[in-house]
Design a protein around this ligand. Structure first.
Ligand code: ZN
Length: 138
């Protein structure tokens, strides 16, 4: 069995943004040389997510509105976690959107559905953060 590990680094200049990372994960798969196996992609921070969904700007705006309804950023004082930090909403948003995805690797390709794309969801940006790509197989 082969094993491949890579970190993808992000520095998002705003607090929240959704970034498509499918191409970067495909690059990792190419570099791994793995043809059959599993590809794990996970955020390495507790205020950002990796998820799979449609690459459609209206939907991304809907995610922002929906997450702000469920866990509004402000007022900061509404959260017990805030005080030294102001990112309680980002922890909650990350929990809703998920930590990781696992994609099958078939015949050297990510075995994604027709409209599936992999995204990095930043909820507390303006600093360097990492995503882990781990691919195992043969
Ligand atoms: Zn925090």
């Amino acid at each position: 069995m082969k094993s491949y590990r890579q970190e993808l680094w992000f520095q998002i200049p705003v607090r929240r943004r959704i970034v498509r990372i499918t191409e970067q994960v495909v690059e990792c798969l190419r570099a791994s040389g793995i043809r059959e196996g599993l590809c794990l992609v996970n955020a390495m921070h507790i205020t950002s997510s990796v998820f799979i969904n449609d690459d459609e700007s209206g939907l991304h705006a809907d995610f922002e509105k929906w997450l702000e309804k469920l866990a509004p950023e402000k007022p900061y004082s509404q959260y017990a976690h805030n005080g030294a930090e102001d990112n309680a909403d980002a922890h909650l948003k990350r929990t809703i959107m998920g930590r990781e995805v696992v994609v099958a690797v078939t015949n050297g390709e990510l075995d994604l559905g027709t409209w599936e794309q992999i995204f990095y969801g930043e909820f507390d940006g303006r600093r360097r953060k990492r995503v882990l790509v781990k691919i195992i197989g043969e």
